[in-house]
Ligand binder design. Structure first.
Ligand code: S3P
Length: 441
């Protein structure tokens, strides 16, 4: 899955964005729909699956462990599951490419099956911390041997029966929460995760949809999620809503390029994911929600976004979990705002596909933006709507969201911005550049 040839791209300002764009399926929900369908007994159908490299890595892994997964001609995905407890020993190591979500969630699934699986990944994924999942899965009795620093490649020797645990998340991470819950599926008894700070809840929603015995309690110590194993999952027909994290690029682009007026259709509006839209609105952005509806158990709306001058804000750390993937593009919005935007309390950005604090500080500074870097965030002094200087060649560091954020920056720059490699965009948004062309025709 590693890209052998870097794809350099130069993005120059091209005027207003207008028209309508449909964003691809939600990445988090796509991963989970494949995993749970592969563990149900019978045939599930998934419509709107994100066909990006990260999700295809999950599909390949579930096939390697026995599920039948077929893309039908109409674009619907059919999955014949093996049943909880039925995962088979894969014949070779599972290559997770760039995908942290695939790796951490699948480590959870494997942890309570009687199989041994080696996980490998690309240069970016191989630098990312896995101790956060190794720790709770080891408590459940699983034996995990990782590379130095708790990194990939690593080997998970699953155990049956695993021991149910009650685990309080030390970092706000939906991946860690989901890994423990997925391990709990084939574990007798009640597996409990306590999250002091709420993170995206797609796993809980979808586990309930598949018929697992799961309950969520809001308490003074946080959300307590209890799952009773061993679960039997019933096959489902799932429609995956569009990804708010992908919509974020268009919402920022339309907000900062004068004259823009776009509609982004089918955007997932799960409140655990919409922090970026809230932050943009606090900056003065003109975003209206049209046709709010429910798709596949998730709230969805179309978003109309019109250009408007933005003002700097102090980004509340309370918004962090609901916009964790959107900081790079928020920093671009801040670069065009009037005043100094401060975003702190987001230390987790250091361990994403790249160190997103350092990468964005370097990239925006090279584009002439005044930046102060902190251990846990950035302060950005905006241009009050004037184009940023641009004229720089930026490293995307194998990080899809950095590449797309810098493309958005290029749209609001005096001189073009060159991105050294946009190939990683295919991990989450294969049609990004053709949608950009459509919106700027
Ligand atoms: C994800 C959770 C988040 C997010 C990632 C997808 C998920 O990671 O950054 O892109 O699907 O559960 P963390 O759990 O590490 O915050």
């Amino acid at each position: 899955m590693a890209h052998l040839t870097p794809q350099e791209m130069t993005i120059a300002a091209r005027g207003a964005l207008t028209g309508t764009v449909a964003v691809p399926g939600d990445k988090s929900i796509s991963h989970r729909s494949l995993m749970l369908s592969a563990l149900a007994v019978g045939t599930s159908r998934i419509t709107g699956l994100l066909e990006g490299e990260d999700v295809l890595a999950t599909a390949a892994a579930m096939r390697a462990m026995g599920a039948e997964i077929v893309r039908e001609e109409n674009g619907c995905w059919r999955v014949n599951g093996v049943g909880v407890g039925g995962l088979l020993q894969p014949q070779s190591a599972l290559d997770m490419g760039n995908s942290g979500t695939s790796t951490r969630l699948l480590m959870g699934l494997v942890a309570s099956h009687a199989i041994t699986v080696t996980f490998t990944g690309d240069a970016s994924l191989s630098k990312r911390p896995m101790a956060r999942v190794i720790e709770p899965l080891s408590q459940m009795g699983t034996d995990i041997t990782a590379s130095p620093g708790g990194r990939l490649p690593l080997m998970v020797r699953g155990i049956v029966p695993a021991v149910p645990i009650s685990y309080t998340l030390p970092v706000a991470s939906a991946q860690v929460k989901s890994a423990v819950l997925l391990a709990g599926l084939n574990t007798p008894g009640v597996t409990r995760v306590i999250e002091p700070i709420a993170t995206r809840d797609h796993s809980e929603r979808m586990l309930a949809g598949f018929g697992a015995a799961i309950s969520v309690e809001e308490t003074a110590e946080g959300r307590i999620i209890s799952l009773t194993g061993e679960a039997e999952l019933k096959p489902q027909d799932i429609t995956v809503p569009g990804d708010p994290s992908s919509a974020a690029f268009w919402a920022v682009a339309a907000s900062i390029v004068p004259g823009s007026d776009i509609t982004i259709t089918n955007v997932g509006m799960n409140p655990t994911r919409t922090g970026l839209f809230a932050a943009l609105r606090l900056m003065g952005a003109d975003i209206s929600e049209l046709d709010s509806r429910t798709v596949g158990g998730e709230p969805v709306a179309d978003l109309r976004v019109r250009h408007t001058p933005l003002s700097a804000i102090d980004v509340s750390p309370e918004l962090t979990p609901s916009m964790i993937d959107e900081y790079p593009v928020l920093f671009v919005a801040a670069a065009l705002a009037d005043g100094r935007t401060i975003a702190r309390g987001a230390h987790e950005l250091r361990v994403k596909e790249s160190d997103r604090i350092a990468t964005m500080a370097e990239a925006l500074s090279a584009c002439g933006v005044a930046i102060d870097e902190f251990e846990d965030g950035l302060a950005i002094t905006g241009t009050a709507g004037q184009p940023i200087a641009g004229g720089a060649r930026i490293a995307s560091k194998l990080d899809h969201r950095i590449a797309m954020s810098l493309a958005v920056a290029g749209l609001a720059a005096r001189d073009p911005v060159t991105i050294d490699d946009v190939a990683p965009v295919a991990t989450s948004y294969p049609g990004f550049f053709s949608s950009l062309d459509d919106l700027t025709q």
